[in-house]
Design a protein around this ligand. Structure first.
Ligand code: HEC
Length: 241
């Protein structure tokens, strides 16, 4: 193996070990913002190793750049962004394996972005790699998205109107007021299971139900829950798988 290949491989290996940390440590109790910083580091390592791999294999193959690689380098950042969508947070926080899979996906997409960009043309791998890292970095302060994904982001946000704060706070409301009947994470108990609730009720229908439930479910609104509480817990229910 050439030295270049070894370096590229070591960068990739270090990134994978870094990304698997949540699995080894069990649940990660760090703020979402810091978590996005970790994602940015993972994407940077993966994209860098992709660029290095593309560079060292360059002499070995014929020098022909295909537009397909450019498409690859543009599409994978969007996929990486979808992997970091706020509605997935509550699920990922409670499922370390799902979380490790998410990190594996980020590494794959980061790697492919760097590799594809660099295969298309010298320097494009760096540009694509830097932009994917910048997107994860922007996510540290609210949900930043790159221009290429802005339209997609706007339509997704409008369609389910979920924010990270809603879901995370909703989880707390649920544990305090609902889990006694519906089980931890909606697994079910005296009340029915609430997993995949979004296949039965829309966000608005879930809110209406919580505000005016049919007996024997108690009516907790507005005596115990504010309308913000109801919105948050409904958003949390919509995120359950
Ligand atoms: C005292 C037990 C109890 C508590 C506390 C409780 N529920 Fe329920 N819940 C039920 C029962 C029983 C049903 C089924 C009622 C029916 O279908 O007629 C139900 C049904 C539901 C449904 C409808 C399920 C479906 O798909 O039809 C939702 C949504 C729901 N509960 C959410 C909540 C939320 C959110 C909270 C906390 C704010 C909560 N529940 C607190 C007992 C409870």
């Amino acid at each position: 193996m050439s030295r270049g290949r070894i370096i590229a491989f070591l960068v990739l290996l270090a990134t994978v070990l870094f990304a698997l940390a949540p699995l080894v440590r069990g649940r990660v109790e760090i703020p979402t913002a810091q978590h996005h910083l970790l994602h940015a580091v993972m994407l940077a390592g993966a994209a860098l190793s992709g660029i290095l791999f593309a560079d060292v294999t360059k002499s070995a193959r014929e020098q022909r750049s295909s537009a397909a690689w450019l498409v690859v380098a543009m599409v994978t950042p969007v996929l990486a962004m979808l992997l970091m969508w706020p509605s997935e947070y509550a699920y990922l926080e409670t499922h370390p394996y799902g979380h490790a899979v998410e990190h594996g996906g980020l590494i794959l997409f980061g790697f492919v972005t760097g590799y594809g960009g660099q295969r298309y043309a010298n320097g494009i791998g760096w540009a694509a790699g830097i932009s994917i890292v910048a997107m994860a970095f922007l996510a540290v302060w609210g949900y930043g998205v790159a221009p290429a994904t802005a339209n997609l982001a706007a339509s997704r946000v409008a369609s389910n109107a979920l924010t990270a704060a809603d879901v995370v706070h909703g989880k707390v409301i649920f544990a305090q007021n609902c889990a006694v009947c519906h089980g931890v994470a909606g697994a079910g108990g005296e009340g029915p299971p609430l997993k995949n609730e979004r296949t039965r009720k829309s966000l608005a229908q879930t809110q209406q139900w919580i505000e005016n439930p049919a007996p024997p479910m108690p009516k907790l609104y507005p005596s115990v829950l504010s309308s913000q509480n109801v919105a948050d817990v409904a958003a949390y229910l919509q995120s359950l798988h």
